[in-house]
Ligand binder design. Structure first.
Ligand code: FPP
Length: 253
């Protein structure tokens, strides 16, 4: 299948040369700092989210250029419902419009879009757009983009545990058969790879409940740049930092 090539970065910059085995397969991204970016400019927080859209899609182009196979972005967490009703409403409308507007360009570039998160409480119109994007892009193979919307790591683990407990209660599964491998099948997206590189912008150094199970051995890279100022060069820098790290997964030399 031939897909449309990613649009180059405006500067003409090309991705750094990194050996295939040193490249992360799955990068998880916490797009943090939109509110602060807007505040610094005397603008409403929502203007920061709007500016963040461009950053996200430049990062996506850069991910394709460097050859990532899977990227997950934290667009709305199960805790974000605690924000002001105006901001929640804005983020719901915004997510829906971004998915609708960007769906075709993602499809042309061979991106498989997947929604990861809870259905409960999420606006039906957002679910509809996500499911439409999933349907349209389901056969694409260039890269998978997990849009984590109404997602929380603890919520995901609790939901999986509930479903597994039900299967045990119904005697479909014996308690002794419960292993990490089996448990993973109950997560929102069982096919998701473990996270290799966990990247967060804005200088905050926490995971905020993002992909807890999948990030158990992820390399953490935190960069002091607000999300709207991020672009593919920032992603490539994070990947270079990752490529220099030594990963042992609990083993010794
Ligand atoms: C965090 O910044 C960012 C968000 C809660 C949402 C980010 C969403 C996008 C960039 C659009 C993505 C769209 C899709 C469909 C994937 P913050 O508000 O926490 O910033 P602050 O920490 O400075 O207050």
């Amino acid at each position: 299948m031939r897909y449309r090539k990613p649009t180059p970065h405006p500067s003409g910059a090309k991705p750094p040369k990194i050996k295939a085995d040193a490249l992360p397969r799955h990068v998880a991204i916490v797009m943090d700092g939109n509110g602060r970016w807007a505040k610094q400019r005397g603008m409403a927080r929502t203007k920061g989210h709007e500016a963040g859209e461009k950053a996200l899609f430049d990062v996506v182009e850069g991910a394709l250029e460097i050859g990532l196979k899977e990227v997950s972005v934290y667009a709305f967490s199960t805790e974000n419902w605690r924000r002001s009703p105006e901001e929640v409403r804005f983020l719901m409308n915004f997510n829906r419009e971004v998915i609708r507007k960007r769906r075709d360009e993602m499809h042309e570039r061979g991106i498989k879009v997947r929604w990861v998160g809870r259905r409960q409480k999420l606006w039906a119109s957002v679910v509809k757009e996500l499911e439409e994007a999933e349907r349209l892009t389901r056969r694409n193979t260039a890269m998978t983009l997990n849009m984590c919307i109404n997602y929380g790591g603890r919520a995901e683990i609790v939901d999986a545990t509930r479903a597994l407990a039900l299967d045990v209660a119904k005697r479909r599964i014996k308690p002794d058969a419960v292993t990490e491998k089996l448990f993973r099948k109950y997560l929102d997206e069982p096919k998701m790879n473990d996270v290799d590189l966990f990247f967060r912008s804005s200088g905050e150094q926490r995971t905020s409940n993002f992909l807890m199970w999948q990030s158990a051995y992820a390399e953490m890279v935190f960069m002091d740049v607000l999300w709207p100022d991020v672009d593919r060069l920032t992603l490539w820098k994070a990947i270079e930092i990752y490529a220099e790290r030594e990963r042992r997964f609990g083993g010794a030399e």
